[in-house]
Design a protein around this ligand. Sequence first.
Ligand SMILES: [Zn+2]
Length: 146
Amino acid sequence: MLGRLAKWLRILGYDTLYDAAMADNELFFIAHLEKRILLTRDGELARRMNPRYCTFIHSDHVREQVKQVLVEYGLNSEDHIFTRCTLCNGPLIDITRESVKGRVPDFVYAVTDKFVYCSHCDKIYWPGSHLKGVRQILNEIRETDT
Ligand SMILES: [Zn+2]
């Protein structure tokens, strides 16, 4: 239900577990065990949780969802940006340019100095047009009134 929000929170570098198949009881258990805050669009579920450990997400729109989380938890969107894999939540680690040769498209290799990789799934990331787009959207999110 909140898959796109989860991806955004990972882009911002926040440790975000997402599993759409998980049952409510599992969510309770994992949130408790790993001291996570449960974000949900399910009002019934939110009512059953201690509000300290659960936030009901009001909107269906991902930008408003991101804004709600940033505002409610007083987060700065720049503090940890691009430090986590958007696919698997693993931490990103610097990697030398030489070691990605042949593992990224040639045109990317030719024009890029800095690469990072996911220590869990090995995906390689580099600053590109994607990064600019993300910052643009974050600016728009900050400027909108809710
Ligand atoms: Zn990964």
